[in-house]
Design a protein around this ligand. Structure first.
Ligand code: FES
Length: 85
């Protein structure tokens, strides 16, 4: 089944403090009101969040444009969007 279009939630990544051993659900659809994390708004889109466990206490840059190829972290893809070079 085809899924709904991914929506951008921002034109730059979100610096996010992660805690070692904690599990997170990164929003992949762009619809969450609690970016960069999932709030369940993806229901009905056919898109699922990316669930991951932090390996260390660290500040990481989590993708908001939702075009990264290294989810959940930013890979610079937001710089390739029109008007955001
Ligand atoms: S709200 Fe976007 S993946 Fe859950």
């Amino acid at each position: 089944m085809a899924h709904s279009p991914v929506q951008s939630a921002g034109n730059s990544p979100a610096k996010t403090a992660l805690t070692a051993g904690q599990t997170y659900a990164w929003c992949a659809c762009g619809r969450s009101a609690t970016q960069p994390f999932c709030d369940g708004s993806h229901q009905g889109t056919g898109i699922d969040p990316v669930v991951f466990t932090a390996e260390a206490d660290a500040d990481v840059w989590l993708c908001l444009c939702k075009r990264t190829h290294s989810a959940p972290t930013c890979d610079g893809s937001h710089k390739k969007q029109p008007g955001n070079e």
